[in-house]
Design a protein around this ligand. Structure first.
Ligand SMILES: [Zn+2]
Length: 289
């Protein structure tokens, strides 16, 4: 039996399905932070500053840019990732595979692709928050608010020459009038996190199929390591680690860093997430005929 057949069988027979989606899934859906052509087209002001792709801007430090330039960046970047880039069919296909199952999705992606493709939000935990929220930089209030109108205003007023949001267009807190900031974790973050924990706890003694898609090593504490622990602790679970990258890390079995403690209940599939999802959809169609 091929690994993909095995995955399909496990998915079909599972009582519960836990999905972990990393940057590799959005990359497989076409949203790559290394795409220089996209950068040239949608980030021309940033390109002029010498940057070549979105990835080079990930984690830019506070002291590197002025507040005005940081807002220019967020408005430009969120506008592309969240609004110009379309809802990806790959996510919709993945949700189709989960349809009718008791599943939960945890993702490190802030791009809202699951929400845009209609996931039941009670089944989603965005571990690193998402691109929709804004909060008070001075923390005068725990409330967050939808940032799009503010980002649109920045884009209207942007000084393209300097790549800066002018002072009088900087987003301000509606409560205290101080500066606002991007806020990745909305007010319901804790609640959603608890739902994730509840789901995992409900998987004890159940056949749990764990599918990890495109999760790398940038933030392994978010999905990769917890999924290994969950697999280890729940003897009826099986982990599928789907990742076409990190080829240099594969051991002599061709695995991508699967710990020996779980190697009999973990399967590494070194194929692109898009191809795996397509194939699973084909298998499902064939079975439904
Ligand atoms: Zn405030």
């Amino acid at each position: 039996m091929s690994d993909l057949d095995f995955l399909f069988e496990k998915l079909e027979s599972a009582d519960k399905v836990l999905v972990g989606a990393g940057a590799g899934l959005s990359a497989a859906a076409g949203l790559s932070y290394f795409d220089t052509a996209v950068f040239d087209k949608y980030y021309p002001d940033v390109r002029r500053l010498g940057y070549r792709c979105q990835y080079e801007l990930v984690g830019i430090r506070d002291d590197e840019w002025s507040v005005g330039r940081k807002w220019a960046w967020w408005a430009t970047h969120v506008n592309y990732v969240r609004y110009i880039f379309p809802a990806a069919e790959l996510y919709s296909k993945l949700l189709g595979l989960l349809d009718g199952k008791d599943y939960f999705v945890v993702t490190s992606n802030a791009d809202r692709q699951f929400v845009r493709n209609g996931i039941d939000e009670n089944r989603l935990f965005e571990f690193q928050g998402n691109y929709d929220n804004m909060g008070c930089a001075g923390r005068c209030t725990p409330h967050t608010w939808y940032n799009k109108p503010y980002l649109d205003r920045i884009l209207e007023r942007l000084d393209h020459e300097k790549f800066e949001c002018p002072d009088d267009a900087l987003p301000r807190c509606p409560y205290c009038g101080g500066l606002a900031e991007m806020c990745f974790r909305g007010e319901d973050y804790k609640e959603r996190r608890e739902r994730y924990v509840d789901f995992v706890e409900s998987c004890e003694d159940r056949r749990l199929c764990i599918i990890e898609l495109g999760v790398g090593f940038n933030t392994p504490g978010v999905i990769r390591w917890p999924f290994e622990r969950i697999t280890y602790q729940l003897p009826q679970s099986h982990l599928f680690r789907i990742n076409s990258g990190y080829k240099e890390l594969r051991n002599d079995r061709g695995d991508n860093d699967i710990p020996p403690e779980i190697e009999d209940r973990a399967t590494f599939i070194g194929t692109d997430a898009a191809e795996v999802i397509e194939r699973l959809c084909e298998m499902k169609e064939k079975r439904d005929k």
